[in-house]
Design a protein around this ligand. Structure first.
Ligand SMILES: Nc1ncnc2c1ncn2[C@@H]1O[C@H](COP(=O)(O)OP(=O)(O)OP(=O)(O)O)[C@@H](O)[C@H]1O
Length: 309
């Protein structure tokens, strides 16, 4: 296996009495997308700040692109992009002007700089406003420009701290497409998010932080399989059929939830569906409809919170 692009070992950060990170270890492979989830104050931003060399760890080590973030900060900074928080946008320049300027500062020729700016403007849906001063942009447009600015240099590793907070659904989808495209081309992405849908959609690996510890870690599918359960929604044509079904399910040890002529039953494995259907048939409780819902990461997250509290 090739070297991980990010390797974190026993990383800890203490702010006075506050333990922001309590000694975490993780690795991220090239081109992978890691989503870091967690409650407010869980340590997500601290992790990003250490990996992007803004904050020094109190203990442990972190390497990005093979370079230690403390010893070789400059080498790390040359290879990463950090969007959102400190991308500087000049209000007097147009959106396009800002992006061209950054590209030029990063060493691109005028024509390349303009091409890169135009590509990013299109990716973030800023075409209509591209030639207006950035100072006239709405909050959401400004945020999109900030994100585009962080991507100008085509970094090897991109850190996105809550990248889509405050974006409308169209802009969010635009950002997701950009992240997917970058990862497909080999850029490693670490993002923090409050949106489980975002982690589910983008991430190869999810780490949930709780009070500075890794509470759970795995692929979105593994987390859902481990902590969520599938639910069967059974719809009946008559009250009689439903009553029979309730008794038949009770004999299987299942306690369904009920609303009108609909029962919802948590399932623990694939074999449960045929078992349930056969039991209902045998009880003379014909089904009008059956749907099975997979757990979402939201379910997983809520279940973790319930366990923690
Ligand atoms: N500069 C600082 N000085 C003192 N305490 C800090 C500092 N930065 C972070 N902390 C504390 O460290 C803990 C972790 O904060 P961090 O910002 O990493 O959490 P987070 O998971 O990003 O939270 P949020 O979702 O609210 O952004 C919190 O208790 C926070 O108050």
């Amino acid at each position: 296996m090739s070297q991980p692009v990010i390797a974190v070992t026993d990383l800890a950060k203490q702010y006075g009495e506050v333990t922001a990170l309590a000694g975490i270890s993780l690795t991220v492979a090239r081109g992978a997308v890691l989503a870091v989830l967690g409650h407010n104050g869980a340590g997500k931003t601290t992790l990003i700040d250490i990996l992007s060399t803004r904050v020094r760890p109190s203990a442990g080590t972190a390497r990005v692109c093979g370079y230690d973030v403390v010893q070789r900060g400059r080498a790390v900074r040359r290879r990463i992009g950090v969007t959102g928080q400190f991308a500087a946008v000049d209000d007097t320049l147009s959106g396009r002007g800002n992006l061209v300027l950054i590209a030029r500062l990063l060493g691109a020729r005028p024509r390349q700089a303009l091409a890169r700016a135009t590509e990013l403007i299109a990716a973030f849906g800023l075409e209509d406003a591209a030639d207006r001063p950035a100072g006239t942009y709405s909050g959401g447009m400004r945020r999109r420009l900030d994100l585009a600015a962080g991507l100008v240099g085509a970094p090897q590793v991109l850190f996105l701290d809550e990248p889509t907070t405050g974006l409308d659904p169209v802009s969010r989808a635009g950002l997701w497409a950009v992240v997917e495209d970058l990862a497909a081309r080999g850029t490693t992405v670490v993002l923090t998010t409050q949106y489980l849908e975002e982690a589910d959609r983008l991430a190869d690996h999810v780490v949930v932080l709780g009070f500075g510890h890794i509470t759970v870690s795995g692929t979105p599918a593994q987390l859902k399989a481990r902590l969520g359960s599938r639910t069967a929604t059974l719809t009946f044509g008559t009250e009689l059929a439903l009553q029979r079904a309730v008794h038949a399910l009770a004999r299987l040890g299942l306690a369904p939830g009920r609303a009108a002529l609909v029962l919802t039953v948590p399932l623990s494995g694939p074999a449960d569906i045929p078992v349930v259907v056969r039991a209902l048939d045998a009880a003379g409780a014909p089904l009008r409809d059956l749907t099975v819902t997979e757990p979402t990461l939201d379910d997983v997250y809520l279940s973790l919170h319930r366990t923690a509290s």
